[in-house]
Design a protein around this ligand. Structure first.
Ligand code: PLP
Length: 389
């Protein structure tokens, strides 16, 4: 049996069109986009075409698109760069974010906290949603930047970024959004979202690893993280990763279209997963049932460890994560589920199945068969299993 890959929030396979574009770029052009001769010009053309494709995805200006190595770099640049540029001499910078951000943002915040930045993490409700009024109250104290995610990587919950950005705009505070998990599933027009900075990672939407993107709205105060030889309009030093950027551009062009069809397909896959797995006794859906990225399902099975389900299913070729791929390696419970007030018996049993447009209903059915078997097997090993399970 072919393996089934349902871990697309961790990373995605490359689309065939992306592979073809990257291969062509690698085989046909090795130039440095900064060179003046024809090889440089050809490489520059490739990078600029990709910039145009990303600008279309975000409905922004091409000059507002900066290529990076990954979202983690983009977010470091956005948060550190905006705080650095906005703080006045003698002032204590202030960052407002949420309790459910990706580890990368939390680690940046922790590092900044150690360096004297005042960091505030806003709570979420039981569904994982932020209340924009909480943000409004937090901004009573002068703040230099708000950073929040659009879609949560563990639960797929879509945070009210538009409403939050409107609150911040009224207070004159710029907003950075981590839109890594939203590409091709939520419209990303930056004016509509009302954000000033936005981070993406190529490998989360069918482009290669090692390439990311930071949108910087024209006029946003920003100090570059990587200073160098003036690449990317002086906002990110370092010779551009031309094949990676070509791949990211091709993937962005693909994801900019067909959002409704993609959402419908993913909703069908996610709906089937929920129907099959929530029928198991002692199971529970984590995250708001409505405001979620379609095709992302985070469930807990009372009394069993999510990582045990993951490893048991992996033996039968079905791949997904316990909570998030990043926290799985150091698994001690998810900060996201904890922030949502998830009851203890469900906190450690969480698994995340995340689909992409490349998955089929037949794959999802096979995966569900395997998960059901895994959960029953693990429960059969546990004499203290829940009633009826
Ligand atoms: N933000 C979110 C929501 C993510 O899911 C991830 C990756 O898991 C990142 C940021 C970081 O992306 P990368 O590891 O590609 O830098």
């Amino acid at each position: 049996m072919d393996p089934v890959y349902l871990d697309n929030n961790a990373t995605t396979p490359l689309l065939p069109g992306v592979v073809a574009a990257v291969r062509e770029a690698v085989e046909q052009e090795f130039g440095n986009p900064s060179s003046l001769h024809p090889h440089g010009e050809a490489a520059r053309r490739l990078v600029e075409r990709a910039r145009g494709d990303v600008a279309e995805l975000l409905a922004c200006r091409r000059t507002e698109v900066v290529f990076t190595s990954c979202a983690t770099e983009s977010m470091n640049a956005a948060i550190r760069g905006a705080l650095d540029a906005r703080k006045n001499a003698g002032e204590r910078p202030r960052l407002v974010t949420t309790a459910v951000e990706h580890e990368a943002v939390h680690e940046i915040a922790a590092d900044l906290g150690r360096r004297g930045v005042d960091v505030v993490k806003l709570p979420v409700d039981a569904g994982g949603l932020l209340d924009p009024d909480d943000l409004d109250r937090a901004l009573d104290t002068p703040t230099h930047l708000v950073s929040l995610m659009l879609a949560n990587n563990e639960t797929g919950v879509i945070l009210p970024v538009e409403e939050a950005a409107a609150v911040a705009r009224r207070r004159g505070v710029p907003v950075h959004v981590d839109a890594v998990q939203a590409v091709g599933k939520v419209p990303l027009a930056v004016d509509r979202l009302g954000v000033d900075l936005l981070s993406l990672s190529g490998h989360k939407f069918h482009a290669p690893k090692g390439v990311g993107m930071l949108y910087i709205r024209r006029g946003t105060r920003f100090r570059p993280l990587l200073v160098g030889a003036g690449q990317e309009g002086g906002r990110r030093g370092g010779t551009e990763n031309v094949p990676g950027i070509v791949g990211l551009g091709a993937a962005a062009a693909h994801m900019a279209g067909g959002i409704e069809d993609r959402r419908r397909h993913l909703a069908r896959l996610g709906g089937r997963i929920e129907e099959r797995l929530l029928a198991l006794p002692g199971s529970r859906l984590n995250g708001d049932p409505e405001r979620r990225i379609p095709g992302v399902v985070n469930l807990s099975f009372a009394g069993i460890e999510g990582s045990a389900v993951v490893l048991t299913a992996a033996r039968e070729g079905v791949c997904f994560s316990a909570g998030s791929a990043c926290s799985a390696a150091q698994y001690g419970g998810s900060h996201v589920l904890e922030a949502m007030g998830t009851p203890f018996e469900y906190l450690y049993g969480a698994v995340r199945l995340s689909c992409s447009e490349l998955n089929t209903l037949e794959e999802v059915d096979r995966a569900c068969d395997v998960v059901v078997r895994a959960v029953r097997y693990l429960r059969s090993m546990d004499p203290a299993r829940p009633e009826g399970a």
